[in-house]
Design a protein around this ligand. Structure first.
Ligand code: SF4
Length: 312
């Protein structure tokens, strides 16, 4: 931004920027029922706060969906902060638990991952399970949009991680709104896409939006952890580095072909998936012997019925 602003003008600038982003990219339209994915962190609380504030003007409806992964000493504190803000705003929050959907908490899943040599990292399982629950809950609650609190820093970090892994599909997928709108997938929007993490932090401090400073114990396993430090270091040395990376990301996405519309349904759970069996079911089978057995049975039945059909 490159300007010094007083409290009042900073708040005005911040809110206007988010509002104009929503308008410019048509993230929310009249009549939308917006589910805000809230973790209880500063970004998602800010998103919930602002979308509620703008809902009258945007003629939309807002509610929150949260996921309790079952991370002891972390998630309960974040959910407390969320419940306080939701109460103040008078917004309804719906909570989905890993235990109910996958029959294991993340803490239990991590124990099993450890037993298997940690070849798969906790954040990979957590991210896939969380996206699964968020989309399913939002859809079942009648949401027409699913808003997340991803800010500019998150987007730059994910882009760099995807670039380092040569994961072009990931680059394509992570825009300000989702370009795939297959059956069963609630379109995702990111109202804080053009706002830096520092700006969000400043806004929450000025507005008194509180979240406890607790960190997930599994963050140390995430590739994002060192990448984040590296990007912040380069930004300190070269101001506006993050904006340039975001611009590069957008240019790259423009050159990539739009993905084919319409995800298929997972053979096992029936949820939208880009492959015959969704990643959530594959991870669950990896961590749970009984579920693995059920998954194999379903796939064998499917293969047998396919063979039968082709024989007649
Ligand atoms: Fe899940 Fe990783 Fe985030 Fe912890 S740091 S909540 S494990 S994605």
């Amino acid at each position: 931004m490159g300007e010094y602003l007083c409290r009042e003008h900073f708040i005005e600038y911040f809110e206007r920027r988010v509002y104009e982003t929503i308008r410019h990219f048509q993230l929310i339209e009249e009549g939308d029922r917006v589910a805000v994915a809230v973790s209880g962190g500063k970004d998602s609380l800010t998103t919930l706060y602002l979308l509620t504030k703008f809902s009258k003007e945007l003629k939309s409806e807002v509610f929150g969906v949260a996921v309790d992964e079952g991370i002891a000493g972390y998630r309960e504190y974040k959910l407390q902060a969320l419940s306080k803000l939701a109460n103040d705003l008078g917004v309804k929050i719906f909570i989905g638990r890993f235990k109910d959907y996958f029959d294991m908490t993340l803490d239990e899943a991590v124990e099993r991952l450890r037993g298997k040599g940690m070849k798969i990292k906790p954040c990979s399982v957590c991210g896939v399970f969380r996206r699964f629950i968020m989309n399913k809950m939002a859809r079942e609650l009648g949401a027409t949009k699913l808003a997340t609190g991803h800010n500019l820093d998150d987007e730059v970090q994910v882009f760099v991680m995807n670039a380092l892994k040569a994961h072009i599909e990931g680059v394509e997928r992570e825009g300000i709104n989702s370009r795939t709108t297959g059956e069963g997938l609630v379109p995702r929007i990111k109202p804080l896409y053009l706002i830096t993490e520092k700006e969000v932090l400043t806004y929450t401090l000025l507005k008194g939006i509180h979240t406890p400073f607790v960190e997930c114990p599994y963050i140390v396993y995430a590739l994002r952890h060192p990448i984040r430090h590296w990007i912040n270091h380069v930004e300190d040395e070269t101001p506006s580095f993050k904006y340039k990376v975001l611009a590069l990301k957008e240019l790259t996405r423009k050159l990539l072909p739009k993905p084919l519309e319409g995800a298929q349904r997972c053979l096992v759970c029936g949820e939208p998936s880009s492959r015959p069996v969704c990643k959530a079911c594959l991870f669950r089978a990896y961590l749970d012997k009984d579920f693995e057995h059920r998954l194999i049975q379903k796939i064998s039945l499917y293969e047998a019925s396919k063979r039968l059909k082709s024989d007649f």
